[in-house]
Ligand binder design. Structure first.
Ligand SMILES: Cc1cc2nc3c(=O)[nH]c(=O)nc-3n(C[C@H](O)[C@H](O)[C@H](O)COP(=O)(O)OP(=O)(O)OC[C@H]3O[C@@H](n4cnc5c(N)ncnc54)[C@H](O)[C@@H]3O)c2cc1C
Ligand SMILES: *[C@@H]1O[C@H](CO)[C@@H](O)[C@H](O)[C@H]1NC(C)=O
Ligand SMILES: *[C@@H]1O[C@H](CO)[C@@H](O)[C@H](O)[C@H]1NC(C)=O
Ligand SMILES: *[C@@H]1O[C@H](CO)[C@@H](O)[C@H](O)[C@H]1NC(C)=O
Ligand SMILES: *[C@@H]1O[C@H](CO)[C@@H](O)[C@H](O)[C@H]1NC(C)=O
Ligand SMILES: *[C@@H]1O[C@H](CO)[C@@H](O)[C@H](O)[C@H]1NC(C)=O
Ligand SMILES: *[C@@H]1O[C@H](CO)[C@@H](O)[C@H](O)[C@H]1NC(C)=O
Ligand SMILES: *[C@@H]1O[C@H](CO)[C@@H](O)[C@H](O)[C@H]1NC(C)=O
Ligand SMILES: *[C@@H]1O[C@H](CO)[C@@H](O)[C@H](O)[C@H]1NC(C)=O
Ligand SMILES: *[C@@H]1O[C@H](CO)[C@@H](O)[C@H](O)[C@H]1NC(C)=O
Length: 621
């Protein structure tokens, strides 16, 4: 290891540690938490929890406690440095396994979810882009008027500081953006890497050859086309901008009223009748329970799985489920835990006759290249280590009719399906009604050309990844006992609507089309097992997808949806839980449908909006 690298690395590590030590002023121990009165108790110190905590504590008279099951991270390279990103070295995820997926060959999958101060933003892939305007429009049409595009756009801008790339680099790399879409004073740092692998040009041109246009700005509400994606990376330090850094560390010193109790797990919401008064919690490592009271509200930001679990354990959920577990029903809400969505995806492996080096795989296979890029990163914050390790820089987002000439046939098939029959047996009529309304929106999007239904990413190495951005299938989360320490059942029910499988085939074939276009063909790519360029039979492709796709991108959502009660809703347009006072759900659970993007950009904006809605509640009251 060259000496200059060691010096540079310790310089970075030192600055991180030094900053963090002084930022812990408001990290509280359990006893302190117990002896302080809080206006708001926030359950879950993830993306949304910390954003709301930050904004509420801007008023020094408002006292907020965040209780987070996971720890503060230790500033590891695998967390902070894009080029060192490695999930296997990041110890900040929950350990949960899904039900066997009947439409994925009965395989079970790990359920990726962040568990740290910062939640998912500490160990995620940092891919950041807003949804299509049509996503926000569809949420609005389903009743989530607070998620309308014009409502959230100013908040999405407020949340971010966007740093544009250097003009000459942008021109060389085909990076395009429109500064007027972006914020420049928010805490979440957004930027593009400052390097691209040479093969990126081949893929870019191949996509153009198959009819893609380049999108003007992936964040402008019309992301269809090929684009560089923005990342949650501080453009100066070239390190991760996670919610712990951008909504806690940078304000902690000046906020004696902002407390975080890490390593503690909330086990129940304490209700007096239908009024929320506090929560039960205990050390995550095990130990006695305590209670904490909130004089104003409890805000649930525990993510789509754990928020569902807490609601159900506390008597807020489907009556039949609660009664079967001897839990007293406080609010019978059939929608709690229903409507689970994520973005299924699969890797198509490739070999090349004439692959171009360097590419993303060389960071793994060529130690000389990896060290050279590591040195460059620590010396000048440049090069391949500014990109999330194992990824390239660009994506293709496309509509259904871009993916396949058979789009109208698929839409017609979907129209003939019985929505009720596609949901788990015994699903409540209100949830079915909500699902029917969603399908109307989805099928309209399938017929249109402004909401992506698929995404393709070539890493520049031996993998292309193909996603379903807008699936029709719906899963569920349910507690299996009234013991707060037991894991809930998570069933993604991926591809249980057969139309999703048809779309997966179309997306795999779309990827093949790009890879076979002249600019990629010069590299001599061929799909490897279990795929193969000569496998064109749709049934054969379906069987490969069934055995090889996975159910999740870590974007699990929508299990406490903001839709009307008669559509299976759980929260109203102020994120308040129906039938309960002083309780809101503030996290990704409240989206009515998954966004066709990655979720962070929308969630940071949504959490900013929620903070304002809460502030208004108490200034006008
Ligand atoms: C592996 C992975 C990769 C991803 N990649 C991307 C990406 O590239 N781009 C993108 O936009 N999104 C990505 N995501 C998704 C994104 O991180 C999440 O959608 C986002 O963090 C959700 O925000 P949230 O506030 O709803 O929940 P989270 O950020 O998940 O926060 C919930 C927090 O609540 C805590 N908690 C849960 N239960 C309890 C309890 N009972 N008591 C106390 N605390 C509790 C959790 O430990 C967690 O810290 C990824 C996620 C994962 C897991
Ligand atoms: C917290 O306070 C409650 C009473 O409000 C008490 O019963 C409990 O033992 C206290 N817990 C701790 C850890 O101090
Ligand atoms: C994860 O859970 C499984 C089964 O519930 C258990 O066997 C395993 O030890 C756990 N792993 C970790 C790292 O906690
Ligand atoms: C999956 O499991 C179900 C129930 O156990 C069974 O009926 C079905 O045949 C299995 N499918 C596959 C592909 O193994
Ligand atoms: C950028 O686009 C032009 C064509 O518009 C193409 O010639 C060039 O190779 C592309 N480069 C990259 C890095 O995508
Ligand atoms: C971004 O990184 C620079 C350099 O380390 C640092 O000075 C700055 O405070 C960071 N910005 C934020 C918002 O964290
Ligand atoms: C838990 O509570 C029991 C009974 O009150 C007490 O004896 C024990 O010391 C407590 N344990 C801890 C770790 O506080
Ligand atoms: C490995 O990387 C080094 C440094 O970039 C380069 O000179 C060398 O050609 C690469 N080796 C292979 C086999 O690609
Ligand atoms: C496709 O090609 C591979 C290798 O060239 C061969 O092994 C396989 O049998 C072929 N499959 C079909 C369906 O022709
Ligand atoms: C709580 O219950 C009371 C009495 O039944 C009712 O009047 C009130 O509307 C309920 N609160 C909410 C938020 O539903």
């Amino acid at each position: 290891m060259p000496l200059r690298y060691i010096a540079a690395f310790y310089a970075l590590a030192y600055s991180v540690v030094a900053l963090r030590a002084s930022r812990h002023a408001t990290q509280v121990r359990r006893l302190d938490a117990n002896s302080t009165k809080y206006d708001f108790v926030i359950v879950g110190g993830g993306l949304t929890g910390l954003t709301v905590a930050d904004r509420l504590t801007e008023d020094p008279s408002v006292r907020v406690l965040v209780i987070e099951a996971g720890p503060f991270d230790e500033g590891q390279r695998a967390v902070l440095v894009p080029g060192a990103f490695d999930q296997s070295e990041i110890p900040y995820y929950w350990n949960l396994t899904s039900e066997p997926q009947t439409s994925l060959g009965n395989r079970s999958f790990s359920v990726p979810m962040g568990k740290a101060v910062g939640g998912g933003t500490v160990g995620n892939a940092m891919v950041f882009f807003r949804a299509a305007k049509g996503d926000y429009d569809s949420w609005e049409a389903l009743g989530a008027t607070s998620l309308a595009y014009d409502t959230l756009l100013p908040y999405m801008k407020k949340s971010e500081s966007f740093t544009a790339p250097e003009q000459s680099f942008a021109e060389k790399g085909n990076v395009s953006w429109d500064e007027s879409n972006h914020g420049s004073t928010g805490p979440v740092q957004i930027s593009y890497p400052n390097y691209f692998y040479p093969g990126s040009a081949n893929w870019w041109n191949a996509a153009l050859e198959t009819g893609f246009d380049s999108a003007a700005d992936i964040n402008n509400g019309n992301p269809i086309g090929i684009s560089w994606f923005t990342t949650t990376v501080n453009a100066t330090s070239r390190t991760r901008s996670d919610a712990r850094i951008n909504h806690y560390d940078i304000v902690a010193k000046t906020r004696p009223n902002y407390h975080i109790l890490a390593d503690h797990t909330v086990t129940k919401i304490i209700l007096e009748g239908n009024k929320t008064v506090g929560v039960d919690y205990q050390p995550t490592a095990g130990g006695n329970s305590s209670q904490i009271h909130a004089t104003k509200e409890v805000l649930l930001g525990a993510g789509a799985i754990q928020t569902t679990k807490l609601l159900q354990l506390s008597g807020i959920g489907p009556r039949s489920l609660l009664e079967s577990l001897s839990i007293a029903v406080v609010s019978d809400l059939p929608g709690v835990g229903a409507n689970l969505q994520d973005q299924p995806n699969g890797v198509v492996p490739y070999t090349f006759q004439d692959q171009i080096n360097p590419n993303a795989d060389d960071l793994i296979s060529n130690a000389t290249f990896d060290t050279e890029q590591e040195d460059l990163y620590y010396a000048k914050r440049e090069g391949a280590w500014t990109i999330t390790r194992s990824f390239g820089e660009t994506v293709a987002l496309f509509s259904l009719c871009d993916a396949t000439a058979d789009c109208q046939g698929m839409i017609a098939t979907a129209r003939e399906e019985d929505p009720a029959a596609l949901l788990p047996a015994g699903t409540d009529a209100t949830v079915v009604a909500g699902y029917k309304a969603q399908r109307e929106q989805v099928l309209e999007q399938y017929a249109g050309d402004n909401v992506p239904i698929g995404m393709i990413h070539w890493t520049t190495g031996g993998e292309a990844i193909v996603w379903l951005q807008r699936p029709l299938s719906r899963g569920l989360v349910q507690i299996q006992s009234n013991n707060a320490l037991d894991n809930p059942l998570v069933d993604y029910r991926t591809l249980t609507d057969p139309v999703d499988l048809d779309i997966a085939v179309a997306n795999v074939l779309k990827n093949r089309q790009i890879m076979q276009a002249p600019s990629m063909a010069v590299l001599g790519p061929s799909e490897s097992y279990p795929y193969g360029n000569n496998i064109t039979d749709k049934d054969q492709l379906k069987s490969i997808i069934t055995s090889n796709f996975g159910p999740t991108t870590g974007h699990v959502c929508c299990t406490a949806a903001m839709v009307p009660l008669d559509k299976g809703g759980v929260v109203d347009t102020e994120w308040k839980v129906y039938g309960i006072s002083s309780l809101r759900v503030i996290d990704i659970s409240t989206l009515p449908m998954i966004s066709s993007s990655t979720p962070m950009a929308t969630l940071y904006g949504m959490a900013e909006k929620i903070a304002d809605v809460i502030k208004e509640t108490y200034t006008t009251a």
